[in-house]
Design a protein. Structure first.
Length: 318
């Protein structure tokens, strides 16, 4: 079953366009849960008008609890065979978004439990299709558990681009500290999938329209670790610690695991807003020579990506 969760807070200007894009999907077999997170504007009324009598949609109103509360609900309702999609109420999907992701996860990205697509940014809401996606546009990125546990490496994208298999979502959530994640809770999905060792996949097609407006929370945010507030950094550290304890994972990753993931970094560096920060290696409780080796590997990964983006070669990582 395809399950979609739309979280909405004070988005009366956007929610109708958002839900219209869901209703237009060429893949029609889905269930969509729209959760109004205690809006005081007309968001709920606008959502009701957009949904009409479509039985595939259900509307829920709750007291304001934040984005993570919606994700926790999704985890509680998820079953192993489900594909779970998330959509922010101010974003829009291409008409074939569900079809593209579902077919990819049954085909070239079948080994992946976490898949994200490309996006483009616009202030104008227009219906669009991404068109046929070739298998060469589907990239299996492997795992990044060691790098996520050690350096909080972020391999993914914004909420509306994400799809998780039900069994993976239930491994990550529910997370009890919802007040720390009223916004930016997609970081819990991205980091959580990495920490648990999920194989990630990327579809190189812009199937999401990310709406640019003055109310985007943390629009243009730095996902790489710089300019983070102390409160966010603490919330992120607490989440990773909690998940490692829940999964019985060593908080300090194995040196060889991190090194192996770095060697494969060229698989995912071109497809994610995240980057590798070499200074992260300095805090790891490894012998000096191993920390130095990690630093060198990080710089090689970045240099290899730079060369490939300039039309060079990736031989440094081969």
């Amino acid at each position: 079953m395809l399950r979609i969760y739309v979280s909405c807070y004070q988005y009366q200007a956007f929610i109708e366009d958002c839900l219209a894009s869901v209703a237009r999907q060429t893949w029609q077999d889905f269930l969509c849960t729209v959760i109004d997170d205690g809006s005081t504007d007309s968001s709920l009324a606008c959502a009701k008008a957009a949904v009409g009598g479509d039985s595939r949609f259900s509307l829920i109103r709750q007291d304001n609890a934040g984005q993570l509360s919606v994700f926790n609900r999704a985890a509680a309702e998820a079953e192993d065979g489900d594909l779970i999609f998330f959509l922010d109420a101010d974003d829009i999907w291409a008409d074939d978004h569900l079809a593209i992701v579902t077919k990819a996860m049954a085909g070239p990205l079948a080994p992946c439990d976490f898949v994200f697509t490309g996006k483009h940014k616009s202030a104008v809401a227009l219906p669009f299709k991404s068109g046929k996606v070739m298998s060469k546009q589907c990239h299996c990125l492997g795992t990044t558990s060691g790098m996520a546990r050690g350096f909080y490496t972020w391999v993914g994208d914004v909420t509306s681009t994400l799809c998780l298999r039900g069994h993976l979502l239930r491994r990550i959530l529910p997370y009890p500290y919802i007040k720390e994640w009223k916004i930016r809770a997609d970081d819990c999905l991205v980091l959580g999938a990495s920490v648990t060792g999920a194989v990630k996949g990327y579809i190189d097609a812009s199937t999401v329209l990310y709406r640019v407006h003055e109310r985007n929370n943390l629009y243009g945010r730095d996902t790489c670790g710089r300019n983070e507030t102390p409160a966010y950094r603490l919330a992120k550290e607490r989440f990773v610690h909690w998940l490692c304890a829940r999964e019985s994972l060593d908080r300090t990753p194995c040196f060889r695991l991190v090194l192996a993931e770095l060697v494969r970094a060229h698989d995912w560096l071109p497809f994610t807003p995240g980057k590798i920060f070499p200074e992260s290696a300095l805090v790891m409780p490894w012998p000096f020579i191993k920390r130095l080796e990690i630093l060198v590997a990080m710089w090689r990964a970045q240099l290899s990506y730079y060369l490939s983006s300039r039309g060079g070669h990736r031989t440094l990582l081969r």
